[in-house]
Structure formats: C-alpha cells, structure tokens
Write a protein that binds this ligand. Structure first.
Ligand code: NAP
Ligand code: LUD
Length: 285
C-alpha cells in the first residue's frame, strides 16, 4: 500500500486559521503583531521565500515590513538596521534571511538580534534554551517537522529517528527536538560511512541535505515515516526534494511532498513565533 501523504499545505492552513483568530483578538487589545524581514541581494530562492513570508503575514493579519538591500550593504550598516528594529516597538519579530553575502559575518548578525525578537530561533540564547528544554523561540523548520510527524498520528517516543544533515538551521535542531520527543536519534552527514545501512534502520527518516532525489527506496525501511526537507530546483525548472518521492512512497508509511510539505510549515511556525513574540513583548495574552 502506498504511503499516506502528509500535506504540509493542509496542516499549515489549519494552524494559520487558528493564528488568524489570535491576531484578531490581539488587535482588539490594541496590539498588531509585526515582523521585519531583511533580505540582502537578489537570490531568486531567497526572494521567493521572503515573498511567501510577507504574503502569509498579510493573510494572517500580521504587519510585515520587508527591508530589501543590495549586496553592497556593509556589515555595519546591517547591524545598525538591526539595532533600529531591536528598538522599534511596532516590530515584535526580526528575521534576516540567510544565506548572507560572503563579506558579512553570519554569527555577528544573529548575535545582534534581540533574543526576545529572534523569531527564527537562531540566537545562541534561544538555541541554548531549546537544548535545555526551556522556554524559547523554536526554530521554524525543525518545529514544523515535529508538527508534521505528530499529524501522522504516530508516536515519536521510542522510535529510531535518523536525520541526514547537521546544519545549524535544520539538522542539529531537529535532532534535538526529536530527542526531546523521546526518539532515539542518529545524525548522518557527508562523512557518514555507509549511509544506507543507517537510514534503513530508521523508523523516522528526515532528509535535510540539498541533493535532489538522493534518498531512494533502497534507503528506506518498509513502513518508515519520511520527512523531506530538501528544496532543490533542477535543470527542468522543477522543484524537487532530497527524496525520490515516487519510489519512496511505495515503501514508506507516511511521506511529505516537495513542494507542499515542510516549506509551508516553516512559514507557519514563523507566524506562530511572531504572534507569540507580540504577546510576550506587550504582556497581552
Ligand atoms: P546545509 O547547511 O548545506 O547542510 C547540508 C547537510 O547535508 C550538511 O550537514 C552536510 O554534511 C550534509 N550532506 C551533504 N552531502 C551529504 C551526503 N552525501 N550524505 C550525507 N549528508 C550529506 O543545508 P541546510 O541549510 O540544512 O538545508 C538542507 C536542504 O533543506 C536544502 O535543500 C535547503 O534548501 C532545504 N531547506 C528547506 C527548508 C524548508 O523550509 N523546506 C528550510 C531550510 C532548508 P556536512 O556537515 O558534513 O557538510
Ligand atoms: N533564513 C530560512 N533561509 C533559507 N517552500 C526558509 C524556506 C519556505 N533566516 C532564515 O525560510 O527560515 C529561514 N530563516 N529558510 N526556507 C529555507 C531557509 C532562511 C524554504 C522553502 C519554503 C522557506 C517554501 O515555502 C515551498 C514548498 O516547499 O512548498 C515552495 C516554494 C517555492 O519556491 O515554490
């Protein structure tokens, strides 16, 4: 029996509908949640993701300000921009879209964002609190992945989760969140020997690499839950994941598609963090 498709688009729509009601209530109390997104340069994928974020804000009633700068922006200019937003009471969430141009130090930029406005959950204070299991802003893609797995109705506790990829924005944090949900977690990366023998042990397989169709049916244990984080534009112009969806859906029990899987959840968790930030910063519930 082919796998059930977990539609990120549908789960996202449900969560966004609930958030919209939250926003309406906040507005009645005089608070409009506000998100500032800084986008540097002309990268088409980044432009498309940022457009998606602004549109989702608009649909949910969240005020969004997209600050576009060209590649020549200096690090000091960017840090000053962040300082202005840190002090701006109409802005509750700040996000600097990654990747940054090479002359700008990513760590310096992330460190400059007020942790209580860091709706990406990338600041070391939020990362540290996440690992401890304390209150923080959870990073959007990993949080979205956990929500999608929960939507399958399957328990995470006790399962062997294999995460392929160890980036700071996806692989490492999703591994920590799966651990917090009581999975037994293995993390694979480019130096992992015999990837297939590891992935075939996975009850939950999360692919976050950025290599089109690298995971085939031969990598997947029958009945596994497969979450495809990869977003890759191939030569034909088509968007594909790291997982060969057509082949793997014949083996897995649940699978997320690309597009329409993790991507919409990333944006939705950003909206959720922004609403949460507006509540925390204004002490309105
Ligand atoms: P990244 O920083 O490039 O990290 C890729 C990871 O994959 C690294 O840890 C790398 O290992 C590992 N890797 C590379 N080749 C491998 C191989 N042959 N076998 C096993 N592991 C290998 O990427 P990222 O930012 O995490 O993003 C990963 C993918 O997810 C990209 O396609 C990106 O576009 C997508 N993404 C999607 C969303 C969403 O919302 N849908 C969000 C974020 C990212 P090393 O550490 O050893 O180099
Ligand atoms: N930087 C992210 N860089 C890249 N896909 C995203 C993403 C939506 N600071 C910061 O937004 O959270 C971030 N914070 N990221 N990403 C990737 C990562 C960042 C990726 C995909 C999507 C956000 C998305 O909506 C759609 C889908 O998979 O259905 C397809 C969109 C399309 O291009 O058609």
């Amino acid at each position: 029996m082919p796998a059930q498709v977990i539609s990120g688009k549908e789960v996202a729509a449900d969560i966004r509908a609930a958030l919209k009601e939250d926003v309406t209530q906040l507005k009645q109390q005089g608070v409009t949640p506000g998100l500032a997104v800084i986008l540097i340069g002309e990268d088409p994928a980044s432009q498309s993701y940022v457009r998606g974020k602004a549109k989702a804000c608009e649909e949910t009633g969240i005020y969004s300000r997209v600050i576009r700068r060209d590649e020549s922006l200096t690090q000091d200019e960017l840090l000053s921009e962040i300082e202005r937003l840190n002090a701006d009471s109409s802005i509750h969430g700040i996000l600097v879209q990654l990747p940054l141009p090479k002359h700008i130090n990513e760590k310096a930029v992330i460190d400059a964002i007020r942790p209580d406005k860091d709706v990406d959950g990338f600041h070391p204070i939020n990362v540290g609190n996440m690992i401890i299991g304390d209150e923080c802003y959870l990073p959007c893609t990993p949080h979205g992945i956990i929500e999608l797995i929960k939507r399958s109705g399957q328990n995470i506790a006790g399962k062997h989760a294999v995460v392929i990829g160890r980036s700071n924005i996806v692989g490492k944090p999703v591994s920590m969140l799966l651990l917090q949900e009581n999975a037994t977690v293995s993390i694979a990366h480019s130096r992992t020997a015999d990837l297939g023998s590891l992935t075939r042990q996975a009850d939950i397989l999360v692919a976050a690499v950025g290599r089109p169709h690298m995971i085939g049916a031969e990598h997947v244990k029958p009945g596994a839950i497969v979450i495809d984080v990869g977003v890759n534009r191939i030569a034909s112009g088509k968007l594909v994941g790291d997982v060969d969806f057509e082949a793997v859906k014949e083996v897995a029990s649940y699978i997320t598609p690309v597009p329409g899987g993790v991507g919409p959840m990333t944006i939705t968790m950003l909206l959720k963090n922004t609403v949460e930030a507006a509540k925390r910063l204004t002490a309105v519930q």
